[in-house]
Design a protein around this ligand. Structure first.
Ligand code: FES
Ligand code: FES
Length: 180
């Protein structure tokens, strides 16, 4: 497996007129992108149509640009697009659809955690990474996971309820599947 480093210099890719060709899988679909050496992953994702990745502060403070890179939450505004070469990226669009929402998407709505919605993709992706590792997190663990994601609309209570609700939904779904 090719090691992918964090800077354009370290990646074994060649640029043509300052443009790199990278290959990455976004939400399960592998494709090629042409990116500049200084383009951020946030800019590249949005330029390629993944508008669920939100540009908030652009300085690593708000968490609204969070995506999963090989399952780990990362701030797309702080990552170079070239660092996505060979990686699996998940954005909020990869979790579910309006017809078949992910349990976290259902739970955030049901718990009343969504107001303007701008912070929600990042919150949900961070929560997914948490529940993937720890299916029954405590309130403290949920708060710790969400503490890099700012919300201008709510009081950081409903989101915690939503993650707990989602954990229950995922558990019930697994029990149902096991019984089929
Ligand atoms: S836009 Fe990336 S942390 Fe705010
Ligand atoms: S719901 Fe508006 S910023 Fe969080």
């Amino acid at each position: 497996m090719t090691a992918v480093r964090k800077t354009a210099k370290a990646i074994s890719l060649t640029a043509e007129n300052g443009i790199f060709s990278i290959e990455a899988a976004v939400n399960g679909v592998r494709g090629s992108w042409r990116v500049g050496a200084e383009d951020t992953l946030l800019s590249a994702l949005r330029a390629n149509g993944w508008k669920g990745v939100k540009r908030g502060c652009d300085t690593g403070e708000c968490g609204s640009c969070t995506v999963l890179v090989d399952g780990t939450p990362e701030l797309a505004c702080l990552k170079l697009a070239v660092s996505a070469h060979g990686r699996e990226i998940t954005t909020i669009e990869g979790l579910g659809s309006p017809a078949e929402p992910h349990p976290l998407q259902e739970a955030f709505v049901e718990a009343g955690a969504v107001q303007c919605g701008f912070c929600i993709p990042g919150m949900i992706l961070v929560s997914k990474a948490l529940l993937d590792k720890n299916p029954e997190p405590s309130e403290t663990q949920i708060r710790h996971a969400l503490d890099g994601n700012l919300c201008r609309c709510t009081g950081y209570v409903k989101q915690v309820e939503a993650v707990r609700l989602a954990a229950g939904k995922i558990k019930n779904r697994e029990v149902r599947r096991a019984g089929q």
